[in-house]
Design a protein. Structure first.
Length: 207
């Protein structure tokens, strides 16, 4: 039985990555660049935004100086209007008896917006950890180690729930047990030995 459960946010608790990919394509389209949301999602899932922007510049050339600001502002509008929880998230959290927190590569303001927009903030009582505040982005294990320390749990006694290769790698590097929430059949990014679930309520069987 874990002493703490550490949840990623985007793509794990809330379906924000699908919307973010659409916003990327919308903004790139305005610059005359064609991009498919599914390809953007596949390339950038779980990665730090700065890394994503650098890769976009390699593909399409130098982006406008305010591209990141426009992306964040437009994403916030879309989240407020359309963001939904991942299937079964509230159901799972409502019955979870373990101490839980959110540890995300995103800025705190985005995490809080996503949790508020989907009604999930009530389950975390400000137990939110942002890579921007720690200075360590997944796959670096620093964010998870910091969250475990604050939660008063030894890394080996933590369970991490992630939906991306960087997140799973960070959890393993931190010496934590990890469960991968997968969105496709036979995902190649999940290392051998890592448990997989297709929906959050399945996590109960592993707890």
């Amino acid at each position: 039985m874990p002493d703490a459960v550490l949840f990623d946010c985007d793509g794990t608790l809330v379906d924000s990555e699908t919307l973010s990919s659409e916003v990327f394509c919308e903004l790139l389209g305005g610059l005359g660049h064609a991009a498919e949301p599914s390809e953007i999602l596949r390339s950038f899932r779980g990665r730090q935004l700065a890394t994503c922007l650098a890769e976009l510049e390699l593909r399409y050339g130098v982006l406008p100086p305010d591209f990141e600001q426009r992306f964040r502002a437009r994403s916030a509008e879309v989240y407020r209007a359309r963001l939904r929880e991942m299937a079964g998230a509230a159901e799972l959290l409502r019955t979870l008896s373990h101490p839980a927190c959110v540890a995300s590569n995103a800025p705190r303001a985005k995490i809080e917006l996503c949790l508020e927009a989907t009604g999930l903030s009530q389950f975390f009582h400000r137990r939110i950890f942002s890579a921007y505040e720690v200075g360590a982005w997944k796959p670096d294990p620093g964010l998870f180690l910091h969250a475990a320390e604050v939660m008063g749990a030894a890394p080996a006694r933590c369970l991490v729930v992630e939906d991306s290769a960087p997140g799973v790698a960070a959890a393993l590097a931190a010496g934590m047990r990890v469960v991968a929430l997968v969105h496709e059949e036979a995902p190649r990014w999940v290392p051998e030995g890592v448990a997989k679930i297709r929906a959050l309520p399945e996590l109960r069987a592993l707890l």
